[in-house]
Design a protein. Structure first.
Length: 399
């Protein structure tokens, strides 16, 4: 009977928002879920998104029909160009297949189901990684293995260890990579390190799978954040690449994203996309249209696109500024330990190195919400709360 169904635990990341909401302390700080906030701590609707919505509202050709199973083509075409480059030879050779997904999570899940059926190999994910990666790949039935990514000593990339793992992994393994703004650590390989990773993956015939949730949001430069992906394409890999427009367009609730395959031939790319259509049809039929229309309008209209690149800088520079501020306050307070990693890391998150006890104290004593692994969403900091947060960190480190 239904009585025997056990209660599932709440999601480690999403539940923080609920706890924060329920907290009545006026000085509470939400550094949990990775969602951009402006300097007043408010969600930011990108002005360019508002403009796109206006255009859509008055477009006589817009209706509420189902999208084709592979998605809105003006969106998927533009999305592929965004990640691979407008002049990408792989796109010109039609070796790229792009499929609209329910944001990045949906892209990961379609990819996972596809890989479980058509590539019997373990998937290597970084330790640590976004917590949902493990849930998605487990539910899809993939065998999960880990490569060490974070070196607690240097609070940086465990590069030697990661390379060792890729070298010793069974030939043809699937390797999940975060191309920019690694979640949760905020630590990315340098371009030189990406080249070495590519060499090792090639020598072992591994299959790269890039989960790209932060293009343009990490550095403020769309091309720079796509560098690793484009380099791997140049090296002739067959691979998968997900995209999300949650962070970089602020389209969190619209669930707008894409899954791309780069194949050796046009025929293989088509076959992969046909499988994704089959998987999605049996799961949820077709993707939602509204977010894709917004993204398509921004991506295909040169004026709006230009405006978007500016708004990306507004978001990413504010975050970089908050890193500097946090670092400065910790220095001023003389907080024990080294804190350079706060400014060296990139993107939405900083992996502070705070332990579970310290995290719990931050929550209970200071009403600061962050994930158990010590990750903070930098976007939750602003000029009004950064000092308070630094003082709270200082207290938990000393006590
Ligand atoms: C996060 O890691 O906080 C974001 O990617 C949001 C999510 O879905 O978990």
């Amino acid at each position: 009977s239904l009585q025997n169904v056990p209660l599932a635990p709440p999601d480690a990341i999403l539940n923080l928002s609920a706890l924060y909401k329920a907290d009545t302390d006026p000085h509470k700080i939400n550094l949990g879920v990775g969602a951009y906030r402006d300097n007043d701590g408010k969600p930011w609707i990108l002005p360019v998104v508002k403009k796109a919505e206006e255009l859509i509202l008055h477009d006589p050709n817009v209706d509420h029909e189902y999208l084709p199973t592979a998605g809105l083509q003006s969106f998927t075409d533009a999305s592929a160009k965004l990640i691979f480059g407008a002049d990408s030879p792989a796109i010109k050779e039609k070796r790229v297949g792009t499929f609209q997904t329910i944001s990045g999570t949906g892209a990961c899940r379609i990819a996972a189901d596809f890989l479980a059926r058509h590539r019997k190999a373990p998937i290597y994910i970084s330790n640590p990684s976004w917590a949902n990666h493990q849930a998605i790949f487990t539910d899809a039935g993939l065998e999960i293995k880990y490569y060490q990514y974070w070196d607690p000593q240097t609070r940086g990339l465990a590069f030697a260890s990661l390379i060792e793992t890729f070298k010793s992994a069974p030939e043809g393994s699937i390797i999940l990579l975060h191309p920019c703004a690694h979640n949760p650590t905020g630590v990315d390989p340098t371009f030189e390190q990406w080249k070495i990773i590519a060499d090792v993956l090639k020598s072992k015939n591994h299959f790269p799978f890039f989960d790209c949730a932060y293009q343009g949001f990490a550095s403020g430069d769309l091309d720079r954040d796509a560098q690793a992906v484009r380099y791997f394409v140049e090296q002739g890999f067959e691979m998968l690449v997900t995209q999300s427009f949650a962070k970089n367009m602020g389209l969190y609730g619209e669930r707008c994203g894409a899954l791309n395959v780069v194949a050796k031939t046009e025929e293989s790319a088509k076959k992969a996309v046909s499988q994704w259509c089959k998987i999605s049809r049996a799961a949820y039929s077709t993707a939602p249209s509204y977010g894709a229309r917004i993204a398509s309008t921004v991506l295909n209209n040169p004026e709006l696109y230009q405006q978007w690149t500016e708004e990306l800088k507004t978001m990413s520079y504010r975050i970089i500024n908050m890193r500097d501020e946090l670092f400065k306050h910790l220095q001023e307070l003389g907080t024990p330990g080294t804190w350079n990693h706060v400014v060296d890391q990139i993107g939405m998150f900083s992996y502070t190195g705070l332990n579970l006890n310290q995290v719990n104290t931050l929550k209970e004593k200071f009403h600061v919400y962050l994930t158990d692994n010590g990750r903070i969403s930098m976007a939750g900091l602003n000029t009004g709360n950064v000092r308070k947060f630094a003082e709270a960190v200082d207290w938990v480190v000393r006590n």
